[in-house]
Design a protein around this ligand. Structure first.
Ligand SMILES: Nc1ncnc2c1ncn2[C@@H]1O[C@H](COP(=O)(O)OP(=O)(O)OP(=O)(O)O)[C@@H](O)[C@H]1O
Ligand SMILES: [Mg+2]
Length: 465
């Protein structure tokens, strides 16, 4: 079912339920209130009738020693014949003594008698019954001078006017409710259309996104839908950037793989052609080993990066002494520094413990130290320090090499970015980005300070274990 239809049906459902309850409740309240008024009026009338009949009885008692019932009935009917649309008088054994219908007195006939009503009145109380034809039979007990119920006087009234008023009120309510429902349906349709229009627009935008068309979503609203559009825009922008990045990444990787592969291919061809002297053979083998190492390193770094791109990479962190970790890396790289006459001065504070994966952190430190060696002038000096700075463990590697331009300091931490100064030295531009990701994975950060021509110092800041 469409959202607009569901919205409309929900509004209509609740409106109908509310209107039905309201109409029922109001008509019951009016019925109850009005009936109480009718009851009160009938009682007032009954009081007056009782008074008149008592006067008639008193007069008869005075005139004769024993009041003559037929004379009493005659007098009562002639005085009270117009008190209701029908009045009746019964004796204490509930025999009908006479009645007056529309003001005309009759002493015979078999009208409908509600015995229960009369029996209740005989007990000395007012009693009434309302028939299905909307007639009220109101019975009034009349007592003689000995306070015995001698007669029952009954007034019959047509109260259908009251039910007619009730019906009119109900009809007005139902027509009003119908009008309201029509209004609600129309406004519901309007609201549903107004709500679904932007939703449809957003839906079409997401469909375009799925076809990689990231046109901006323009929905000028300040409500939740406007926020959703802004969210979609942001998502589209990020997705676009990500897709571009992925494409660039694949092309960079292919390029970086191509160079050593082409070199390996060239040297292999040279070997194949077979006219190689002993001296060249050694050189070729050296290059082949070099290029294969470069390939292996690149692939290893790509594997680490792809592992980091997973939502939950397996880090296997453990408590390590930073000075020990750095010492090992310096020991491994000392030979390659010495080849270029570069000295490494180490100042390592022991007992600075960090929570890291030993292999990954060694890889990061080695990358920075390798850069310091690669980008230093021959016979240069490198200093490596590990120390505790308040609650942070620090490894700082400083060189006096070629340095990095200030505008490129942030860029060199991006994947595959190589600064303009690095043309003469081989590399893929992955090292620092990998370092930064490794350090961040263990809650730390990478700081690079450099001055072109003066040297660079790279610091790894890590939380203590
Ligand atoms: N110590 C440094 N001195 C001067 N420039 C540096 C130094 N370290 C990094 N750079 C610059 O930053 C760039 C990025 O360094 P990164 O280590 O990421 O890549 P790379 O050394 O070129 O290649 P890779 O490390 O992948 O073999 C380098 O190409 C270089 O221009
Ligand atoms: Mg490097």
């Amino acid at each position: 079912m469409k959202y607009a239809t569901r919205l409309l049906l929900t509004i209509l459902f609740f409106s109908i339920i509310s209107f039905s309850i309201m109409i029922l409740w109001v008509s019951k309240a009016i019925e109850h209130d009005s009936f109480t008024t009718i009851e009160k009026q009938m009682m007032e009338k009954a009081d007056l009738c009782e008074l008149s009949i008592r006067e008639i009885l008193a007069r008869h008692d005075k005139e004769t020693t024993k009041a003559d019932p037929s004379a009493v009935v005659k007098d009562v009917l002639s005085v009270l014949k117009a008190s209701g649309s029908e009045v009746r008088i019964y004796d204490d054994r509930l025999n009908l003594l006479g009645l007056a219908e529309n003001g005309i007195i009759r002493y015979n006939g078999t009208p409908r008698i509600y015995n229960e009503n009369l029996v209740n009145a005989l007990k000395g109380n007012y009693a009434y019954t309302v028939t299905n034809q909307h007639l009220i039979y109101f019975a009034i007990p009349i007592q003689d001078k000995y306070y015995q119920t001698a007669y029952v006087f009954e007034i019959v009234e047509d109260i259908s006017y009251f039910y007619d008023i009730l019906d009119t009120i109900r009809t007005i309510f139902i027509i009003g409710a119908g009008g309201f429902l029509i209004l609600i349906t129309l406004s519901g349709l309007y609201i549903a259309r107004k709500t679904t229009e932007p939703i449809k627009y957003l839906l079409s935008a997401t469909e375009k996104f799925s076809r990689q068309q990231f046109d901006p979503v323009e929905l000028n609203r300040k409500d939740e839908l406007g926020m959703l559009a802004a969210g979609l825009n942001l998502m589209g922008m990020k997705l676009n950037e990500y897709i571009k990045y992925q494409k660039q990444f694949v092309s960079n990787v292919s390029h970086e793989l191509k160079t050593p592969l082409a070199a390996i291919r060239g040297f292999s061809q040279y070997l194949y052609e077979g006219e190689t002297e002993e001296q060249d053979l050694k050189k070729i083998s050296f290059h082949l080993i070099n290029e294969s190492d470069r390939l292996t390193r690149l692939i290893n770094e790509l594997l680490i990066l792809s592992q980091f791109d997973n939502a939950t990479p397996d880090l296997n962190a453990g408590k390590e002494d930073l000075s020990e970790l750095t010492g090992c890396v310096i020991h491994e790289m000392k030979a390659s520094a010495e080849k270029r006459g570069i000295s490494i001065k180490a100042d390592l504070t022991t007992g600075v413990w960090v929570n890291v994966n030993k292999t990954l952190m060694s890889h990061a430190i080695a990358n920075i130290l390798e850069n310091a060696i690669k980008y230093s002038h021959a016979e240069g000096h490198i200093s490596v320090e590990t120390y505790l700075d308040s609650a942070t463990a620090v490894i700082k590697i400083s060189d006096q090499g070629i340095g990095i331009k200030e505008s490129e300091l942030a860029l060199v931490q991006e994947r595959f970015y190589r600064a303009g100064n690095s043309n003469l030295v081989s590399g893929s531009g992955l090292g620092l980005s990998l370092c930064r990701e490794i350090v961040q994975k263990f809650g730390g950060q990478l700081l690079i300070e450099s001055k072109l021509g003066d040297g660079t110092s790279v610091s790894i800041l890590l939380p203590l274990a």
